[in-house]
Design a protein around this ligand. Structure first.
Ligand SMILES: *Cc1c(COP(=O)(O)O)cnc(C)c1O
Length: 390
């Protein structure tokens, strides 16, 4: 759905930012409106996704995963085969094209594990922008390979030493830098979070996943999936695939959050499952916070899901009942990671493994006529070292 003119999906979203950023967000909103109405803009986006990213990504029916149980077939939307190995590049291509159109001189981005930083550095190199990436100092240590890749791609990585030295601190720093250099700088946000128009804009750049998948499913199987399943960190791969099906009332939408050690424990990242309504990084949504409103420390085995907030449109889909959100624990995700690798010959990202773990359970409850569509948001090469050391 479209947010209202103030950027709200129901009671979620909006713009909770310092005065200096209001002008920048207004300028961005105008640029988004113009670009989205311009066919030439979408033509270049489509061509870049085709020739640089490798779209359309395949729709692939699993052969063996979960097949010890009877039940519904599981289909994968293969975002893992995109250039750079995940769905994030769809969004950074779109934002880079927008930055160029707006005459901006450089890109900045926050990153947690480094996946969004790499995707931003990649389009920086391609389109000729200098790129500054803000990354928690702890993550810089933990993700040395991605830091090196960003440098190879010509980006500068700035370690952020405040707070817990992780993603939320990096995001705060990126906002601060943007506020001080708004004129020439384009802030590339990595998920459907932040102040309006970011959640809407990022969803539009990820919607290609759902549009392609819907068409592929109809062409191949002559019907829509019964269920669509995606993991939810900030929520961009999920919003991307949901957007293709949200108007199809018979298609059930499932978002799978990172349960961590369990949503009743301190060590979780399930903002919708264990959080409450508040404001984080510029918008009103669910987040993990203490009774005093302090942002809680989160935990997930998967860095891409380890974020205390969630995009406002997901809060809206939860509130209206259009989508259902469920947690999967670290253990469940790791089991799916191993089983899926060994039965399908595809090593999934740990993030995507949360969706696979739930899809396997769901498949048992459905009949052979149903189809369960899973967004395989990324490949697992980046996670192998972590799994190997467990
Ligand atoms: C970053 C990432 C995610 C989580 O981000 P969303 O915005 O929730 O999609 C999920 N999967 C992979 C492979 C990622 O890199």
């Amino acid at each position: 759905m479209q947010p209202d003119s103030r950027g709200y999906f129901g009671e979620f979203g909006g713009r909770f930012v310092p005065e200096v950023l209001v002008r920048a967000l207004d300028e961005l909103t105008r640029a988004v409106d113009e670009a989205f109405a311009d066919q030439a803009f979408w033509r270049e986006y489509d061509e870049t996704l085709r020739d640089f990213v490798g779209r359309p990504s395949p729709l692939y029916r699993t052969q063996r995963f979960g097949s010890e149980q009877s039940g519904a077939p599981i289909l994968l939307k293969r975002e893992d085969v995109n250039h750079t190995g995940a769905h994030k590049i769809n969004n950074t291509v779109g934002q880079a094209l927008l930055a160029r159109r707006m005459g901006k001189k450089r890109l900045i981005a926050e990153t947690g594990a480094g996946q969004h930083g790499v995707a931003t550095a990649t389009v920086g190199a391609k389109f000729g922008f200098p790129v500054d990436v803000y990354m928690g100092a702890l993550d810089v240590e933990r993700q040395a390979l991605n830091v090196y890749i960003m440098k190879l791609l010509g980006a500068t990585v700035h370690p952020v030493t405040g707070g817990t030295r992780t993603l939320k601190d990096a995001t705060n720093e990126a906002f601060r830098v943007w506020a001080s250099e708004v004129e020439d700088t384009f802030y590339v946000i990595g998920s459907v979070v932040g102040a309006h128009p970011y959640p809407f804009m990022v969803r539009e750049f990820q919607k290609v996943i759902g549009i392609e998948a819907r068409k592929q499913c109809l062409e191949r199987y002559g019907r829509l999936p019964s269920d669509v399943v995606a993991c939810v960190g900030g929520g961009s791969n999920a919003m991307g695939i949901f957007a293709g099906f949200v108007g199809d009332d018979n298609v059930r939408l499932w978002g799978v959050e990172a349960g961590g050690d369990g949503i009743d424990t301190e060590r979780t990242a399930a903002a919708l499952g264990a959080g409450s309504i508040g404001v984080l990084h510029g918008s009103r949504s669910y987040l993990l916070q203490t009774a005093e409103g302090q942002v809680r420390n989160t935990h997930s085995i998967s860095a891409g899901l380890d974020y205390p907030g969630v995009g406002p449109e997901h809060a809206y889909l939860k509130e209206t009942g259009r989508a259902t959100y469920v947690p999967m624990t670290d253990e469940q995700a790791v089991r799916a990671f191993y089983d899926f690798s060994a039965t399908e010959g595809i090593i999934p990202a740990l993030e995507s493994s949360h969706a696979l773990a739930f899809a396997r359970e769901l498949a048992r409850e459905r009949s052979a006529d149903d189809l369960i569509l899973v967004n395989l948001s990324g490949r697992g090469d980046k996670d192998i070292e972590q799994i190997r050391r467990r």
